[in-house]
Design a protein around this ligand. Structure first.
Ligand code: BDR
Ligand code: CA
Length: 313
C-alpha cells in the first residue's frame, strides 16, 4: 500500500483525479488537503468533500489549507471551471464536515510521524500548502518520498499566460520553494497532459459504465472539454490532474527525463514560467523527473477500469 496525501483545488480534472485515487486499492490516502486555486478555498475544500461523497467515501478526511498564495494575490479560473469550480454535474451539498486541523499542520504532522520515504505528496493545484509546510518544518524535506505534481510546461508554453502554466503561475514563490527543497519531484507539465486528451468516444465509455459515478465523470469531462475545445481546437480536452494519480499506479505509462527545473518569480512578463533544462545545457543538478510522453490508451483504460469500480451502494 502506498501512502499518499493529495493536495488539490477542485476543479473538474482534480475531481476525476480524486475519483481515480479513491477507486484504487493500492493507495492509502492519509488525507486530502485543499488549497485556493481554480476557485477560492471555501469552494475547493467543499468540492473535495463533494467528490469524496460521490465516491461513497464520507469517511475520508479533508483539511482546508491556504486561502491565498504566499506573496501574490490569488488568481482564479472560473472561466475554465465555472463559478463553483465544479460546474457540470449536480452534486448535493456535502454532509461530511471538513477537518478542523489546518492542511499545513496536517502535512507537517503526518510527515513527522512517518518514517522517511514513506509518504508521497500528490499535488494537483498551486503549491502553497506544501511550501508553507516546508517553511514551517524544513525537516519534512528528508521525509517525503517524492512529490508527484501537475504543473509547469516547456515546449508547449503556458495556459494562463504565454509563459506560465496555471498552478505554478498562481503561486510561483511556493513553487520556487518546492523546486529548491531537494525533495525528489515527478513533474507532469502541460507537455504530457496535453497528450492525455478526452474525446467524445472516451467520454461515452464512462457513461456506458451505467453508474452514478460514471455519469458524473462524463459530465465533468464534457464541462472542461467545452472550454478546451474552444481554446485548442482539439477533439478533446486535456486531463491534467489524473496523470498525477496514474503515475504511482502505473509509472510505465509515462516517459520523461531527469533535469533541472527553476521557476521565474521576478519578471512580470514570464512570472511563473518553469525553466526546464531539458537539453542539460547548464550544470545545475537535476531536481525533477519531467514527463513528456504518455501511453494515452493505457492511461484511459486505467481510468475507466478504476472509475468503474465505484459502484452505487
Ligand atoms: C491545472 O490548472 C487547473 O485549472 C487544473 O485543475 C490543473 O491542475 C492545469 O494547468
Ligand atoms: Ca487542479
Amino acid at each position: 500500500l502506498r501512502k499518499i496525501i493529495i493536495d488539490t483545488d477542485p476543479g473538474q480534472d482534480d475531481a476525476v483525479a480524486l475519483l481515480l485515487a479513491l477507486a484504487s486499492p493500492e493507495l492509502d490516502i492519509l488525507g486530502i488537503t485543499a488549497v485556493a486555486g481554480n476557485v477560492p478555498l471555501a469552494l475547493t475544500e467543499k468540492n473535495a468533500r463533494k467528490v469524496c461523497e460521490l465516491a461513497g467515501r464520507p469517511d475520508m478526511k479533508v483539511y482546508p489549507g491556504a486561502s491565498r498564495p504566499m506573496v501574490r494575490d490569488l488568481v482564479t479560473a472560473e472561466h475554465v471551471h465555472g463559478q463553483t469550480g465544479l460546474d457540470g454535474p449536480d452534486l448535493p451539498e456535502p454532509a461530511m464536515p471538513p477537518m478542523q486541523i489546518h492542511a499545513v499542520d496536517f502535512i507537517v504532522e503526518t510527515l513527522m510521524n512517518h518514517a522517511p520515504g514513506e509518504v508521497t505528496l500528490c499535488t494537483l493545484g498551486p503549491l502553497t500548502n506544501v511550501a508553507l509546510a516546508l517553511v514551517r518544518e524544513p525537516r519534512i524535506a528528508e521525509r517525503v518520498r517524492e512529490i508527484v505534481m501537475m504543473g509547469g510546461g516547456f515546449f508547449e508554453g503556458g495556459n494562463i499566460t504565454p509563459a506560465a502554466e496555471f498552478n505554478i503561475y498562481v503561486d510561483p514563490h511556493a513553487a520556487d520553494v518546492v523546486f529548491r527543497s531537494k525533495i525528489p519531484i515527478v513533474m507532469m507539465p502541460l507537455d504530457v497532459t496535453h497528450k492525455a486528451l478526452t474525446s467524445p468516444e472516451r467520454i461515452a465509455t464512462f457513461r456506458e459504465l451505467g453508474t452514478r459515478v460514471g455519469d458524473a465523470t462524463a459530465i465533468l469531462l464534457e464541462y472542461q472539454e467545452r472550454f478546451d475545445t474552444e481554446k485548442y481546437g482539439s477533439q478533446g480536452g486535456p486531463l491534467h490532474d489524473p496523470c498525477v494519480i496514474a503515475y504511482p499506479l502505473e509509472p510505465k505509462i509515462f516517459g520523461g527525463r531527469r533535469c533541472n527545473v527553476t521557476v521565474e518569480t521576478a519578471s512580470e512578463l514570464t512570472m511563473g514560467m518553469t525553466v526546464i533544462d531539458w537539453w542539460r545545457v547548464t550544470d545545475r543538478p537535476a531536481n525533477a523527473l519531467v514527463m513528456r510522453d504518455i501511453d494515452d490508451e493505457r492511461f484511459f483504460a486505467l481510468l475507466v477500469e478504476r472509475i468503474g469500480r465505484l459502484r452505487d451502494p
